[in-house]
Design a protein around this ligand. Structure first.
Ligand code: SAH
Length: 214
C-alpha cells in the first residue's frame, strides 16, 4: 500500500495510546491485561488502512483484534477508522511482521490474518514476502499448536507461491478458494484492496492453513 507521508501521523498515533500500543515489547505475554479480558486475540499483519480489522472487531465483540503495519502514515489512517468505530476490542501496532516474537509470547495469538500482502514478484525479494518461511517460523511461535493463518489476495503469483511455501513448511491447507466472491463463503469482511481489485473484476483467492502439531 503506497500512501504519501501524512503530516502529523506520529503525533496522531502518540495521542491515542488507548488504541495504539506504543511500547508493545512491554505487553509481551500480557495482552489479555492490555485488553482487560480473556478473549481470544486475532492479528492482521499488514493491516493497511484498517477496514478489515475494524469490520471484524465490530462483528465479533468476543474476539480481540490487533492491526499491525510497518508504515506510520498507513497506521494513522487505520487509527481514524478505529476512533470512528470506538470499539473496546481493537488495538494497533506500528511494528514489523518479522519481529512479532518481540511483542507476543509463545502461543499468545489465536489466529493470524494476511490480506493482500505486498507480492514482491522478483525472486530476489522472496524473503520479503509475508508467506516466506522465516515469517512462517515467527507466526508458528506466537500461535498455539495447530494454529491457523487465513490469507486473501488478488495476486495469483503470490497465491501460487504461498501455497507452495506453506505446504513445504509442513502446513495443512484446510481450505482453498480460487474465486472467493463467487463461492458460498459467508460473512466475508472486505479489505480496502479487496474492494478496489474486485471492483476491477479481479478474482480474490483465499486460503486457510494450519501449522503442524509441535
Ligand atoms: N490489508 C490491507 C493492506 C494491504 S497492503 C488491505 O487488504 O487492503 C499491504 C500492507 O502491508 C501495507 O500497508 C504495508 O505497509 C504492510 N506491510 C508490508 N510489509 C510488512 C511487514 N513486514 N510488517 C508489517 N506490515 C507490513
Amino acid at each position: 500500500m503506497r500512501v504519501r507521508k501524512r503530516k502529523g501521523a506520529e503525533e496522531h498515533l502518540e495521542n491515542n495510546p488507548q488504541y495504539v500500543v506504543l511500547k508493545p515489547e512491554e505487553a509481551k505475554g500480557r495482552w489479555q491485561d492490555v485488553f482487560g479480558n480473556e478473549q481470544p486475540i486475532h492479528i492482521e499483519v499488514g493491516s493497511g488502512k484498517g477496514s478489515f480489522i475494524t469490520g471484524m472487531a465490530a462483528k465479533n465483540p468476543h474476539i480481540n483484534y490487533i492491526g499491525i503495519d510497518i508504515q506510520r502514515s498507513v497506521l494513522s489512517y487505520a487509527l481514524d477508522k478505529v476512533l470512528e468505530s470506538d470499539l473496546p476490542n481493537i488495538k494497533l501496532l506500528l511494528v514489523d511482521g518479522s519481529s512479532l516474537t518481540n511483542y507476543f509470547a509463545d502461543g499468545e495469538i489465536d489466529l493470524l490474518y494476511l490480506n493482500f500482502s505486498d507480492p514482491w514478484p522478483k525472486t530476489r525479494h522472496e524473503k520479503r514476502r509475508l508467506t516466506y518461511k522465516t515469517f512462517l517460523e515467527t507466526y508458528e511461535q506466537i500461535l498455539p499448536e495447530e494454529g491457523q493463518i487465513h490469507f486473501k489476495t488478488d495476486n495469483r503469483g503470490l497465491f501460487e507461491y504461498s501455497l507452495a511455501s506453506l505446504s513445504q513448511y509442513g502446513m495443512v491447507l484446510n481450505q482453498v478458494w480460487l474465486d472467493l466472491h463467487a463461492s458460498d463463503y459467508e460473512g466475508n469482511v472486505m479489505t480496502e484492496y479487496e474492494r478496489k481489485f474486485s471492483n476491477k473484476g479481479q478474482v480474490i483467492y483465499r486460503l486457510e492453513a494450519q501449522f503442524p502439531k509441535k
